[in-house]
Design a protein. Sequence first.
Lengths: 370, 201
Amino acid sequence: MTVQRQYTLPNCNLKLEGLNTGDDTDPMAPLTVVLNSECIFPGTPHVLSGGREFLDALVKTVSDYAQSLLSGIPYPLPGEVSAAQPVVLKPGEHHRHHLMATVTAADGTATRQTLELNSVQLFDLVEAVDQLLADTLTLPDLTLQLSSLDRRHVRPAEPMAQRAVPAAVGLSTLAAAAALFFLPPVPEFEVQRRESEGASLSELVEQEAANLAEAEAPPDDSETATGDRAAGTDSDDDATVADPIAAGVALDRLATAAAITDTETLSELAAELEDSLADALDAEVAFEDDLIYRVAVSESGDILGYKYENDAALINVDSTPLPELTFISVDTTTTTDEPVAQFLVTFDEAGEVTAEPIDADELTDADSEE
Amino acid sequence: MQLDSPPAPSAPSILETLPVPNLPTQDCPRRVRMDLDLLILAIESLDVAGSEALLKVSDQLGLQSVIPGRVKLWRIRSTNPMRRQNQRDPLSIAEAKALTIVICFLAKRLSVLMRQLLLGSQQLSDKQLAFDHHFRLADYLLRFRSLFRARMNPQRAGVIAYSTDEKLNELAISLLTRLLFCTGTQGPQRLWSSLFDGEVV
């Protein structure tokens, strides 16, 4: 029996004609075979009609389009009408929607129709489809198939090319900067200078620390006889304390230096030393005892260091010209390779200065005894 | 058999009409929270007594256990990250379902008005006239703009996008269209499914 079902909305009428499978007496038998479906938009001359294929395409397209309109996320819908997709909906401007459909007339000729629907008309079309889907007496096999879109369907906010721009710019800038860095010549690395600078700095710090520690330490007579002992015993004048210490250290520093063995040079140096000391010695100063110092002299005649040999020498060291004449190196702890001559200098009670060369071998023996 | 405690309250059966989406997390995504609150905002702009009606309808539909009162309703709506008083609490699936059903129920009541407004806006934009020429539409837009500006945090990036009247009008019209689609026979199912578009895995 031919059955007609109609879904009437203010702006859209959906009309179905078909056959029901039940016996003719049952008016509630479901319609299962669609012969013709017709979609009419009152107020417009358009009539879309077709068979079951058209109806299926209409239901699918309209349902998906409604979902994309509700969520604002575009569904993967075909853009053009084709044989496989007889109904297509596309968004237009000003909240309008373009419904395109291929309509097959009764004589078999296919014509393409395009309708422009506003939101209310589209809603009525959706509602007509929904009512058809909800109707259990018409095509019970057609039901609403809704499934939310997968995450991967969401289009990123910016296209891939646009998102790649910052990364590309960054990479090219890095490459350009790297190329530019190859243009200037490679600076020459001065190893020697840097090493000495670094060493002197660290040793200065160490020395400072050592001096501080010894200044705080209580005087200790059992300490080995070095110039440093002056720091403990000499309490007369703080300003002059530094000189004997530094000079003593300087003498220690010269311990490993090569000794000048040439006797002629030695006698010349001795004479020179006697003269310079006698010239610088204050004539009015009188010593109660002989002052004996061990003095190291470089080849050029400079006094590099001295050390007292008796207690009187230590007490009266400021009265002698030795602190003034001694060349104190900035770098007091580094051993020097410069050849030195060592002399035993004696300031006697009469103000006479005598310098006697010391044999290098004797010197080392004396040191080891101490 | 003697029971020591009352039976655990079961979820309202009306919520079972909506399927549970396959989400990577237990709570509703950010977009769901925003959309639901904005749709309610549109309903409030259409109907002055919208929020009262919302509570009444949720009582009628047996959703008291999910939305027990206006404080709870306010807390649920404040999960919208655009809000000034944004609650950091999550929005549960049951709460989102309840809001969806209530929104569709209220939208159905207002469908005649929404049709009028949408047809009016279509005619005005076809003639390139301002929305002010349609009294009822202008009223809706004005109320929507003032409600939006009163409640949304203007420092939020999502709110800055709607800084001008034109953009807010556009948003209001698009919300009206969405509400119209909620009034249909399958409205709740369509709205519920659309909320999770692009969120499910």
